[in-house]
Design a protein around this ligand. Structure first.
Ligand code: PLP
Length: 404
């Protein structure tokens, strides 16, 4: 009899973490590897936030906190959400968890009964389908092709909804495509949701601050009549360069937040007290650095899109947000490597890039969309330049051509 529970059969390890671990292994063996597989800014946590963390330790904020998070942090979140989106939540409608990831998991675990369905537009973040499965639900993936801008169309949503549908997962800006839903896109989806009152919306807004060409919009603000069935998820990991601090938050219906707190209270209790105090500074303090991050990301995005579009066999559109480029690698599928292996899938291509050219990217298969690779541009400019040159060289070797 296996020590591992049956419910784990439906769950895969995170694809991004697997690629990054492989890259780290190679690096530990002395191989020169450039890692563009991580979903994390290369910037240090801003000085003001680090100082707030140190001050929290020195002030003795090192004990258990309330399960939902310390009150000043929840007040800062309430204020931000009110100021930025005009949404008015009571304090007991806000919960703080160990990153947006745990908040999403708590939200699903608190709400899904066996067989409840969750509509997940794909390409999607690697963790959604597995989290749904782990929580006992049924992921219903819905393809959103590139010629739809990688976005869910209202008629496609309508067709995907069944009497068992409990949630629609929305993620804008999107990981892995960088697609951003406009207020108009969301309004069109809201019109469908109004016809299906049982369906809730999990709005994963973790990349909110990283939009380049279009304004950010969120469902609860676009369709205030849907607030009572929307869970807004956000956090400090991405825009504030705080991935390791593990602070995310959820704002939503009181009963759901209460149930999420019950789960948290019986599992992690809460995220680190020190991180919570640092997050108050990140959310309520001066955030001029976010503009600097955004400007740097935009420049890097333009560089990567430009360089990769010069590679034979690859093609990509400039993404509107987040820090990823989702690159079609259809043109290298079926090609032979110099040692005689055929590139049959995007996973083969990503492994070839890693093992022969020392560049770690994530295959589209992990995001349920092939044949693509996801290239993270949250890396230093020199690394991006070197990595793109290697990818271009890899493609030239595969297709037998030099750059376009
Ligand atoms: N949601 C999406 C779409 C993400 O890409 C990520 C991180 O990669 C998360 C949530 C998790 O964020 P956190 O680090 O705050 O848990």
């Amino acid at each position: 009899m296996s020590i591992v529970a049956d419910r784990l059969r439906a769950v895969r390890p995170s694809g991004t973490k697997v690629m990054t671990a492989r890259a780290n292994d190679l690096r530990a063996r002395g191989v020169d590897v450039i890692t563009l597989s991580q979903g994390e800014p290369d910037f240090d946590t801003p000085e003001t936030v680090r100082a707030a963390g140190i001050a929290a330790i020195n002030a003795g904020h090192t004990r258990y906190t309330p399960v939902a998070g310390v009150q000043p942090l929840r007040e800062a979140i309430r204020e931000t959400v009110r100021r930025d989106h005009g949404l008015d939540y009571a304090l007991d409608q806000i919960t703080v968890g160990c990153g947006a990831k745990q908040v999403i998991f708590n939200g699903l675990f608190a709400s899904l009964d066996p067989g409840d369905e969750v509509v997940i537009p794909t390409p999607c973040w690697v963790s959604y389908p597995d989290m749904v499965a782990l929580a006992g639900g049924k992921p219903v993936t819905v393809a959103c092709p590139e010629d739809h801008g990688f976005k869910l169309r209202p008629e496609v949503l309508d067709q995907a909804i069944t009497p068992r549908t409990k949630w629609l997962m929305l993620n804008s800006p999107n990981n892995p495509t960088g697609a951003v839903y406009s207020a108009m896109d969301l309004a069109a989806l809201a019109a469908v949701l109004r016809r299906h009152p049982r369906v809730h919306v999990l709005s994963d807004d973790i990349y909110e601050k990283l939009v380049y060409d279009v304004p950010f919009a969120t469902m609860a603000a676009v369709a205030p009549d849907l607030v009572e069935r929307t869970l807004v998820v956000n956090g400090v990991s991405k825009a504030n360069a705080m991935t390791g601090w593990r602070v995310g938050y959820g704002a939503g219906p009181t009963a759901l937040i209460k149930a999420m707190n019950t789960i948290q209270g019986q599992t992690s209790s809460h995220t680190s007290s020190i991180s919570q105090y640092a997050a108050i500074e990140a959310i309520a303090g001066d955030q001029a650095y976010v503009d600097a991050f955004r400007t740097a990301f935009r420049t890097r995005r333009d560089l990567v899109v430009d360089r990769l579009n010069q590679a034979d066999g690859l093609r990509c559109r400039p993404p509107e947000g987040a820090f990823y480029v989702f690159v079609s690698c259809a043109g290298v599928i079926g090609k032979q490597t110099q040692d005689g292996r055929t590139i049959e899938t995007d996973t083969d291509f990503a492994l070839h890039l890693l093992e022969t050219f020392g560049v770690a990217v994530v295959p589209g298969a992990g995001f349920l969309a092939s044949p693509y690779i996801r290239v993270s541009y949250a890396a230093a400019r020199e690394d991006l330049e070197r990595a793109c040159a290697r990818i271009v060289a890899a493609c030239a070797a595969l297709t037998g051509k030099t750059c376009r």
